[in-house]
Design a protein around this ligand. Sequence first.
Ligand SMILES: Nc1ncnc2c1ncn2[C@@H]1O[C@H](COP(=O)(O)OP(=O)(O)OP(=O)(O)O)[C@@H](O)[C@H]1O
Ligand SMILES: [Mg+2]
Length: 453
Amino acid sequence: METEGDALEELLKIETEIEDVQDQIKFLLERQEKLHERQSELKFLLEAYKASGTGNSANENASRSSSLEDWSGSFEWDSQADDVRLNIFGIPSYRQNQKEIINAIMSGRDVLVIMAAGGGKSLCYQLPAILRDGVALVISPLLSLIQDQVMGLTALGIPAYMLTSTTSKENEKFIYKALEKGEGELKILYVTPEKISKSKRFMSKLEKCHNAGRLSLISIDEAHCCSQWGHDFRPDYKSLSILKTQFSNVPVVALTATATQKVQYDVMEMLRIPKCVKFVSTVNRPNLFYTVRSKSSIGKVVVDEIAEFIQESYPNSESGIVYCFSRKECEQVAAELRERGIAADYYHADMDVNAREKVHMRWSKNKLQVIVGTVAFGMGINKPDVRFVIHHSLSKSMETYYQESGRAGRDGLPSECVLFYRPADVPRQVVFLFISPLTMLISIAFQHTILQK
Ligand SMILES: Nc1ncnc2c1ncn2[C@@H]1O[C@H](COP(=O)(O)OP(=O)(O)OP(=O)(O)O)[C@@H](O)[C@H]1O
Ligand SMILES: [Mg+2]
């Protein structure tokens, strides 16, 4: 018969073995990640060898194309481009890399653009879309982003349309006719990646448009969604590889605000653009001022401090965002800010789409000063005059923090990003492995005594 001592002994043994297995799993997962990383680098290199037909490495190709080709020089479309920039977009001068990117696209090259949030990526493909004959196809991950862009372009008098679940039958008919027969004025067409992966009808019309020589360029916005290593991986982005395969002579431009080297390789491989010209603009946003503040362990004190900061620094209801860790926290913080006289509401993935949209709209129209959101309130926020982004809790990763805080100051005016930090928040993040760079940033911040309180 088994005694208590035996049971205890066996339990201890099992627990030791479980720990051992967990160590092995951790080791294997790390090894798997490294292998995936190397696999994607090697695949990219092989693709580049194949495409170039020479023994040169992809990096050599990339640097050669960037260094030997002068994209800032004079081109035949210069004066026409200046005219469209000024008289259609109302933009007096180019920002860093915009002219060069436009020139590369106009020359028919595939392009990878890495430019900070709010840096002006849209102009880089919208301007060539107007200059080149035919229809430009733009793939964008979110309906709200697409609606914003189409609305903005329409207001400028540019014939831009979207083909999504919200498109009227009448517009759908117009779009298909324009693609198939070249009838009607259509310059820029926005779709979500699902259209490419799921709609045979759409793909067949697109093919007809291409066969008639009327597909002018393909733009893939938020291109980091292609990569499993990125922070917003979207499986449907995988199917976009078909575009370069099927329309090999049409320039593809992939744009993103954040992409590590690994994500860049992945994007180039997935989109089959190994010989693309890469433009990396500075990720530094000089108009954003970052502060880390120590966070009290008492919830009410934290909200008091946030409310005080908002009321003192932004007494004229200037717009802001407060990011929280959980849905429950969002609702609570929003309610507590309201109690303190701030027009705030919450936004998270558990709400139904209409309620979420309503909150977003009220905030966009300055009827609400603060949105308290989870990470779900991220991509697609186009509001230019967000004056502050406060992190009530840590972000999941450095990249996520860059994206979230980067929603501030898209109009180029000074804006503040404040992170409330306490060590106890770190383990709350599920993706613990990815938190280390952020923790590093915070410890650096500590060392430099950025802490105010
Ligand atoms: N050369 C320029 N001069 C002045 N304003 C510009 C210029 N280029 C773009 N803008 C403006 O900058 C703002 C941000 O541009 P855009 O939406 O293209 O940013 P983005 O790089 O796509 O950012 P995100 O990564 O957040 O999507 C827009 O209001 C746009 O009109
Ligand atoms: Mg954009």
